[in-house]
Ligand binder design. Structure first.
Ligand SMILES: *Cc1c(COP(=O)(O)O)cnc(C)c1O
Length: 360
């Protein structure tokens, strides 16, 4: 750290993204990307004519893309915000809807790591509530109407989802605060709360093109909410970087929405592969949560979380291991293609066998 660093950031701990290694080719099951490429229209859209216009700034209002999202969700264009990844939108939301000790924030202790990072970045007082024994969210922790609420649904890395009724209860119980539902994984088996945004002006639903829409590398996220909430987010965006979605991503996003069924079919395949893998891992003695996301959260009594992670990595398979005490026996395994999952199951089976022999 230089001696010039602003004192308010000196003690801060930044978010640690999953590894994106370049040393060798891995079966990459560690950052919840889609194993499938973008749809054909997306590949077409990002063609040389648009590349040749990269000398010009993109449309800061993102009109076309917002229109497509508004159509998909059955809302108006002014109910849609788009930005450079949903992380960007989460960041803006902490800036817009939280404030020191005046507008505190609540979220689950085991959840997306960025929530506490943004709270610290913006000096917001926060409470991280422990999950229940079975990793489910204790709804009553979020019924107090005294703080902004941020919940990932399905939650990560547990994959557990709340029902729409539970979310509506939380929204109703906090009329004076924003309830932000992070739907990064909603397309893999949970219920979206987008419809509720028409009824409640304190609900903001945030989504991403990074998981179910195969565009993690393009950086594109969206939010749905009342036109007032969206205007607040626009204000922050125009005060930081009005051109924060590049020309190619704008076109790619629109093209993706024009082929929505391609992505929904991929989600079905991923759900099938998830079920397949869970059955296989169960047979190998693993315990798992009932994941509604594109990842599996699994532990085994016969091998530690860390050792399994390391042995898989040595065999060219990357999964995500978290060092946090309460979940350190688990690994979060992204659901890839059926072939990738077969390779994973085979590797795990070999590793368990190998260890048995080593012990003899
Ligand atoms: C992946 C993820 C995001 C970030 O998505 P980007 O759009 O790639 O920034 C946000 N929230 C959760 C819970 C995620 O898992």
């Amino acid at each position: 750290m230089s001696r010039f660093m602003n004192s308010k950031y000196r003690g801060m701990e930044a978010y640690t993204p999953g590894e994106q290694p370049t040393d060798m080719k891995y079966i990459k099951l560690n950052t919840n990307e889609s194993p499938y490429p973008p749809s054909p229209k997306v590949l077409e859209a990002v063609n040389c004519t648009e590349v040749s216009r990269l000398n010009l700034y993109p449309d800061p209002t993102c009109k076309g893309l917002k229109e497509s999202l508004a159509n998909l969700f059955g809302v108006k264009r002014e109910n849609i915000f788009v930005s450079n990844g949903s992380d960007d939108i989460l960041n803006f939301s902490f800036m817009a809807f939280c404030e020191g000790s005046k507008r505190k924030v609540r979220f689950p202790e085991i959840s997306y790591g960025f929530y506490s990072v943004y709270a610290e970045l913006h000096g917001v007082d926060y409470t991280a509530f422990p999950l229940m024994e079975d990793f489910s969210i204790n709804i009553s922790d979020y019924m107090k109407n005294d703080a902004t609420v941020v919940i990932a649904n399905p939650n990560a890395p547990t994959g557990l989802a709340l029902s729409l009724e539970q979310i509506e209860d939380i929204v109703k119980a906090n009329p004076d605060y924003i309830v932000l539902i992070d739907e990064a994984y909603v397309d893999f088996g949970a219920e979206s709360a987008v419809e509720l945004t028409k009824k409640y002006d304190n609900l903001l639903v945030v989504g991403t093109f990074s998981k179910s829409r195969s565009m993690a590398g393009a950086r594109l996220g969206y939010a749905v909410g009342s036109s007032e909430l969206i205007a607040d987010l626009e204000k922050i965006k125009y005060s930081t970087n009005p051109y924060n979605i590049n020309r190619l991503t704008l076109l790619a996003g629109e093209a993706a929405l024009a082929e929505n069924s391609y992505y929904m079919d991929n989600c079905k395949k991923i759900i099938e592969s998830r079920e397949y893998t869970q059955t296989e891992l169960k047979n190998l003695g693993f315990d798992m949560t009932d994941s509604k996301a594109n990842f599996i959260f699994a532990k085994s009594d016969s091998i530690s979380g860390k050792e399994l992670y390391e042995r898989l990595k040595a065999r060219g398979i990357l999964v995500r291991h978290f060092d946090k005490e309460k979940i350190k026996e688990y690994n979060r395994i992204t659901v890839g293609t059926k072939e990738q999952m077969k390779a994973l199951v085979e590797a795990i089976s070999d590793i368990l066998e190998e260890r048995k022999n080593e012990k003899k």
